[in-house]
Design a protein around this ligand. Structure first.
Ligand SMILES: C[S@@+](CC[C@H](N)C(=O)[O-])C[C@H]1O[C@@H](n2cnc3c(N)ncnc32)[C@H](O)[C@@H]1O
Length: 206
């Protein structure tokens, strides 16, 4: 088992500050290749989708452009404001919500897809795993697909995103979800360069 990283509790204000300061290395402006592949291969079909921790909305906009009815939630007001501009420029309608996804009320019709690039691992490291799991249980319908991209503890480089082992990742979701696939992935850095080692986890909500 990988050694536990120290808890790093970031508040909504901390995240806002990072967007205000432009300290957002994850915000490449490029659609994540893992999401693109799943959509282009027809593994994810248009449906009611939510992105947890959507940041400035690049992946949410991509999903909307491909026929998904998208809701994007993020702590940061500024990120959501930028996401709104991105969606307007792309001519797509997205329901944006600035706030804590742990407090996001269950919709009348639960979501059929959850996409998450980098939010799960942050909430886990902040000691908020139970809140994350509760949101998955509350907001998604049975049979919903879940795609999570998270830092990989096999990465030997210091720094970078929070890292999770395969065993911990599977353990966090095995009660709530059926795991379809778990594969190594890479977050890209600015300019599309291969960046930190990651996981691509695809699951179905039980
Ligand atoms: C590493 S960033 C990734 C952003 C985006 N998914 C991307 O790929 O550009 C993690 C994001 O999760 C958001 N976040 C973390 N905890 C959250 C929470 N409890 N509720 C809503 N957003 C949260 C942060 O504000 C931040 O934008």
């Amino acid at each position: 088992m990988a050694p536990e990283e120290p808890k790093l509790r970031r508040t909504a204000a901390d995240w806002e500050e990072r967007y205000v300061d432009g300290d957002t290395p994850w915000d490449t402006g490029m659609v994540d290749p893992a999401l693109r592949e799943l959509v282009e291969a027809g593994c994810l079909k248009p449906c009611r989708a939510i992105e947890f921790g959507c940041g400035t909305g690049t992946n949410a906009v991509y999903l909307a452009q491909h026929g998904f009815a998208v809701t994007g939630v993020d702590y940061s007001q500024l990120a959501i404001e930028q996401a709104r501009h991105k969606a307007a420029a792309a001519g797509v309608a997205i329901a944006w919500q600035a706030g804590d996804l742990a407090e996001f009320a269950a919709p009348a019709e639960p979501f059929e897809l959850l996409f998450d690039r980098g939010c799960y691992h942050c909430m886990r490291r902040a000691g908020l795993l139970a809140a994350y799991q509760a949101a998955v249980g509350r907001l998604l319908t049975s049979g919903a697909r879940i795609v999570i991209l998270a830092g990989n503890s096999d990465d030997t480089q210091e720094g970078g995103p929070p890292k999770v082992s395969a065993a911990d990742l599977c353990g966090d979701f095995q009660k709530l979800c059926r795991i379809e696939s778990l594969a190594a992935h890479r977050f890209e850095d600015l300019g599309g360069k291969p960046g930190p080692l990651a996981w691509k986890l695809v699951m179905t909500r039980r």
